[in-house]
Design a protein around this ligand. Structure first.
Ligand SMILES: Nc1nc2c(ncn2[C@@H]2O[C@H](COP(=O)(O)OP(=O)(O)OP(=O)(O)O)[C@@H](O)[C@H]2O)c(=O)[nH]1
Ligand SMILES: [Mg+2]
Length: 310
């Protein structure tokens, strides 16, 4: 698990490591110029101005103390402090517990729906998928391929059908089959498109009328490559729908992993899951400790240097 995190965050980490290699190879303390370099690297990895400032402050004070202190440990603890403890795993709140996946186009909603379905199925839950992206040609087919591969039942509407009516049908089926969980895939939409946001709001109302408290979880799926720009998206979705958590996908291919920290902090919403690849098993519960460790590893200077050279 740690290894997967570690591998997944390779690109983000490599940004530092290119520099760490030179910084760690130097005898003595970091110079002001080194620290400025590091600052640039952190901004480049989308840690954001506020967090970068805090990190640099900490690193500077460790260096000032002059005891040859471990500034990687200082950076790690800043990240951990910002992220807080490991989030509580989402609970089952009703039968069915209804989960909405929302987000902009291409963020990874459909893939994540399949990953979650597989994961919960493996935990022994009866899962039903609702293919409520009736907007994009091919979306239903995409989920159908997953569902067949994973052996999960699914309700789908016709192309261009009203997604709220597909949802209604799916809830009825979930009830009938006594499904533990209904995972709802929705069409990608820009947070700025008022009518499309209204469509989601309608789905929320339909769910709430059919099952008290539904949707029990509304998760925003964010592409890690969006970096700090995700904050604006997330605010809009949150305002319309009342999000309960975040899923950050494509952590395996980004050099902007630092943004996750400021996104969570800015929005006050927990990152619950992260996507680390395209296969159905490439979803991990988010663990701040492992995340911080993967960015600023606890290692002897020697081995960091060796690893960076590899
Ligand atoms: N590397 C990587 N690719 C991912 C991950 N999650 C999703 N993808 C890929 O991202 C692309 C888009 O994923 P989808 O699941 O179709 O995204 P979506 O949000 O449903 O897209 P729309 O329905 O068009 O809005 C696909 O090629 C996925 O394989 C991830 O964690 N890592
Ligand atoms: Mg989709």
């Amino acid at each position: 698990m740690l290894k997967r995190f570690w591998n997944g965050l390779e690109r983000t980490r490599n940004r530092f490591w290119e520099h760490l290699r030179t910084l760690l190879g130097k005898p003595g303390r970091l110079t002001d110029a080194d620290i400025e370099d590091l600052e640039e690297v952190l901004i480049g990895a989308d840690f954001g101005v506020g967090l970068t400032f805090r990190l640099i402050e900490q690193i500077r004070s460790v260096e000032k103390a002059g005891s040859g202190g471990d500034w990687m440990a200082a950076a790690r603890s800043v990240v951990l402090e910002e992220l807080g403890p490991k989030p509580q795993m989402p609970t089952m709140q009703a039968t069915p517990t209804v989960v909405f996946l929302v987000g902009v186009n291409g963020a990874g909603k459909t893939t994540t729906a399949a990953k979650l379905a597989w994961r919960y199925k493996n935990e022994g839950k009866a899962v039903l998928l609702a293919a409520c992206d009736t907007f994009r040609a091919g979306a239903i087919e995409q989920l159908r391929v997953w569902r067949e591969r994973l052996g999960i039942s699914m309700v789908e509407g016709a192309y261009r059908a009203d997604p709220a009516s597909v949802l209604f049908e799916a809830i009825a089926k979930a009830r009938e089959e006594r499904s533990d969980m209904l995972i709802v895939d929705t069409a990608g939409r820009l947070h700025t498109k008022r009518n499309l946001m209204a469509e989601l709001e309608k789905m929320v109302r339909v769910a709430g009328r059919a099952v008290p408290g539904a949707p029990h979880h509304t998760w925003l799926v964010l592409d890690a490559n969006t970096g700090g720009n995700a904050i604006q998206q997330a605010r809009q979705f949150h305002q319309s729908l009342g999000l309960t958590g975040l899923i950050v996908t494509k952590m395996d291919g980004t050099s902007k992993g630092g943004a996750l920290v400021s996104i969570q902090k800015e929005l006050g919403l927990p990152v619950l899951w992260i996507g680390l690849g395209e296969a159905f098993e490439d979803l991990e519960a988010f663990d701040p400790q492992q995340f911080a460790e993967a960015l600023f590893p606890t290692m002897e200077k020697e081995s960091v240097r060796d690893a960076a050279v590899d």
